[in-house]
Design a binder for this molecule. Sequence first.
Ligand code: AMP
Ligand code: MG
Length: 480
Amino acid sequence: MSFNFDNSYATLPEHWFEKSKPTPLKDTHLISFNAPLAQQLGLNPCDWTPSKLVSAFTSETLLEGLDPLAMKYTGHQFGVYNPDLGDGRGLLLGEHLSPDGLRWDLHLKGAGQTRYSRFADGRAVLRSSIREFLVSEAMHGLGIPTTRALAIFGSEQYTMRNGAEPCAMVLRVTPCHIRFGHFEYFYYSRQHDDLQLLADYVIERYYPEFQQATNPYLAMYQEVVKRSANLVALWQSYGFVHGVMNTDNMSIIGESFDYGPFTFMDRYEPDHIANKNDHQGRYAFSNQPSMMQWNLAALAQSLLPLIPKEELEKVLEGYAELYFNAFYAQMRARLALPGSGLEHRELIDQFLNLLAELGGDLNRAIRLLVEEQPLGDAIGIQEGAADAFSDWLVRYQEAKQREPSSLNSRVETAKSKNPVYTLRNYMCQEAIRDAQDGDYRKVNDLLALVREPTKFSKSMAEYAGTPPDWAAGIMLTCSS
Ligand code: AMP
Ligand code: MG
C-alpha cells in the first residue's frame, strides 16, 4: 500500500497560506526512518529506500499528490503578541489517509525559506532535528500525546547557529498542525469570517462529535482545555520541561508540539528552566500548568467572536480542577497507589518536596519504589537522603497496601507507566556528537530504546542509571 494523499488544508482560502516548495539541501541523505510509524500509516517500510525517501519528501520533484504550503499563524511569544509568525522553515507537504481512516499531516521542518521566514534562513540544524526526532518517539513511548516523525535527513550544507552547524530536515507526522496561533491570527487581524471557517474546519476534522452540540465552538474549546490540562499533567508527572510554551507552539488537539530546548530533568528541580534564553523563567517546570492556562486564556480571547465571554470564562475556571485530577491520577497510577480523585495528594506532594530538597531523580525514584529496589542516589545526592525519606517510605508502604486485592494489578499498571529509560539531554548530546561526525548509529539505537522505555536492555544498561557528571553542564537555547 502506498500513500493516499488528500490535501484538505490546500483547499481552504488562499490567504491562509503560501504555496511553496522545499529548497533542497546539498547532498541530502537519510539518517533514520521510523518503520513502525510507516506501518501505522499503512505503508510497507520495505518499499521506501533511503534515496526514494529523499527524493519523495525533500527534493524539488516531490512525490505526486503532495501540494506543499506554508501556513500563516501568529501567536504570543513570552507573553507578547507577534503578528509576523507562520511556517518560516517548515512546509505542510500534504495529508495522507491511512487505511484505518485517519488523516495525517506530513510536514517537512527545515525545508527552506518561505514568505514567513522574515530574515531567517528557513533551516533547522542537525542538533535540534535529532532532538525532535528522538523526543517525539520518547513521548509516544511514554503514552504522552505528541507529534511523531517518520524520517530525519542530514546534509552537507551548513548554517550559522552555535558556530557553523550542519542542516537537517525532519518529516513530522501528526493529525494536526493547527496551533492556538492560527486562531489568534484571524482574531487580531479582524478576519472573523475566517475565524469561524477555521473553527468549522477544526471541528469537522478533529471534533466531529461536537457538530450537533448546542454551541459546537464552546464544546470544542471545552475539549481543548481538557486535553491541554491532561497533557501538561503528564509532562509534570514525568519531569518534562517543554521550554517554549508560546501559543504558536500549542496544538489545538492537545499534543506536545514544536520541540525546542525541552528537558526531562535529571534531578527534580521545580524551578528548572530548560531554555537558557528564558531569563525570567516564564516557562520553568513548575510554571507549566499555569502557563498552559495563560495560553488557553489567549485562545479564549481569540474565540470571543464565536462564544459568549461568560461561557469561555466558566470553562477556563474549570482548568485547575481538570489539571489537578489528571496529575494526581497519573501520579497515583505510577506509584501503584489505590483510590481516586485527589486521594493521596498530600503523600504525593511530600514525595515531590523531598525529591526537590534532596536533588532526587523523579523517574528513577518512582520506578525503584514500585519495583521495591534500593533507592540509592535516585532519591537524592545529599548526605542523609535515605534518612530523610524513611518516614515517607513507611507512609507510602501503608497507603499502597490499603486495598490488597488490587495491589498486583496496580503494580502491573505502574510498571507499564514507569520508564527504565528517559531521553536525557546527555543521551541526545552523545547521539548529536556522533552524528556530526557522520555516525548515525546512536540516533537509531536511542530511537529503539525510547520507543519501548519500560523494557530493560542489557546492552543499554548504562542509560538506566545515574547520568554522567558532565550532563549537569548542558545548556540549551532556542537557537535551532
Ligand atoms: P520556533 O522557535 O521554531 O517555534 O519558531 C518561531 C517562529 O520563528 C516561527 O514563525 C518559525 O517559522 C520562525 N522560525 C524559527 N526559526 C526559523 C528559521 N531558521 N528560518 C525561518 N523562520 C524561522
Ligand atoms: Mg514553533
